[in-house]
Design a binder for this molecule. Structure first.
Ligand SMILES: [Zn+2]
Length: 247
């Protein structure tokens, strides 16, 4: 791995496509605002009903191109084996210290898929431990400096969690759908007649996601929205940049 440059936002997902499905439009918005974004998938998604680890890796890298991420790393922490071990924590700490993000996104703590819950805990704790200088890690033989991200945001997946904040993604939502459909092995296609039906490859799944983005957007007077839960309390340092005046 080459030593990467710092990014503003780093988004983790238990499986390739978690990030695009849940916060892709927000990541595009951040990129449009002139910041660098990286993504890290914790597994290859090798236990999924459809696609092989190799096809999912190729799809993840295609999605990176479409979305314009500065980097995408795919760790191999083991789909359905995403256990809370020191080794897995250290792998995530190493990524956090490598990219030195200000904001981290990850799976929510309450979810249908157990891997999402496990990923959430691992990333939450790794972000804390990454700031402790007595926990030593290195990358390509180079010792890493401690780094703790300023904000941790949980995106929303299957469970309809009540968001703490909703991001107006009206300008980027359509583009973000292209990042989702890069994962062609996972979602509905016209030629998939004989394949087993899963929750996410039903024809209705992607339209359901769009309906949710509409519904969240509705709550803030926007066409599309993506919702997030805050892992901590949001500190307001410059009041009028958070609570904008009426245009
Ligand atoms: Zn997933």
């Amino acid at each position: 791995m080459n030593l990467p440059d710092k990014v503003y936002a780093l988004a983790f997902g238990a499986h390739p496509d978690d990030v695009e499905l849940s916060c892709g439009a927000t990541l595009l918005k951040i990129i449009d605002e002139g910041h660098r974004v990286a993504v890290c998938d914790l597994t290859h998604g090798e236990m999924g009903t459809h696609g092989t680890p190799e096809t999912r890796r190729v799809e993840a890298l295609q999605a990176r191109e479409i979305m314009g991420y500065a980097a995408r790393d795919i760790l191999d922490l083991g789909d359905s084996e995403l256990f809370y071990t020191q080794e897995n924590l250290n792998d995530i700490i190493r990524i956090v210290r490598a990219y030195r993000p200000d904001v981290v996104f990850c799976n929510p703590p309450e979810e249908r898929h157990p891997d999402h819950v496990k990923a959430s805990r691992l990333v939450h704790d790794a972000c804390f431990y990454a700031g402790l200088r007595r926990i030593e890690t290195s990358l390509d033989g180079t010792p890493q400096l401690p780094h703790r991200p300023r904000h941790l945001l949980y995106y929303i997946q299957f469970r309809q969690l009540e968001p703490d904040i909703i991001v107006d993604v009206s300008s980027t939502f359509e583009h973000s759908r292209k990042g989702v459909t890069a994962f062609g092995s996972q979602f509905y296609r016209n030629d998939q007649n004989d394949e087993p039906v899963t929750l996410i490859n039903r024809k209705e799944f992607l339209t359901g996601l769009e309906a949710r983005a509409h519904s969240l957007g509705e709550q803030i007077g926007a066409k599309y929205g993506e919702g997030f839960l805050l892992a901590g309390t949001l500190a307001v340092h410059e009041f009028s940049t958070v609570f904008l005046p009426v245009p």
